[in-house]
Design a protein around this ligand. Structure first.
Ligand code: ZN
Ligand code: ZN
Length: 89
């Protein structure tokens, strides 16, 4: 099975949801997380990169990261998440 091979070679497994997915590094703790919105906050960043904070860090440092990240973007993201939740329900 392809998925089993991915698990053996690790690094492809999200440290939060244990899902096998495209990985991205948390800018705070440097752990690998997947791009799922439930595993972290992902912001568009300069040069087409993504600024990601895992959900563990976002819980503990959310007050600190707000001044660092464009407030409007954060608000837009929150609205988007709310919207997505509404659509799913
Ligand atoms: Zn995940
Ligand atoms: Zn983190």
């Amino acid at each position: 099975m392809e998925i089993e091979n991915l698990i053996i070679t690790h690094n492809f497994i999200c440290g939060i949801c244990n899902g096998v997915n495209y990985m991205i590094k948390c800018r705070n703790c440097n752990n690998d997380i997947c791009q799922s919105e439930k595993c972290g906050l992902h912001f568009d960043h300069i040069d087409n990169t993504t600024y990601s904070i895992c959900s563990r860090c976002s819980d503990t440092i959310s007050e600190k990261i707000i001044p660092l990240i464009d407030l409007c973007k954060l608000e837009c993201l929150k609205k988007r998440i709310k919207f997505l939740k509404m659509v799913k329900n």
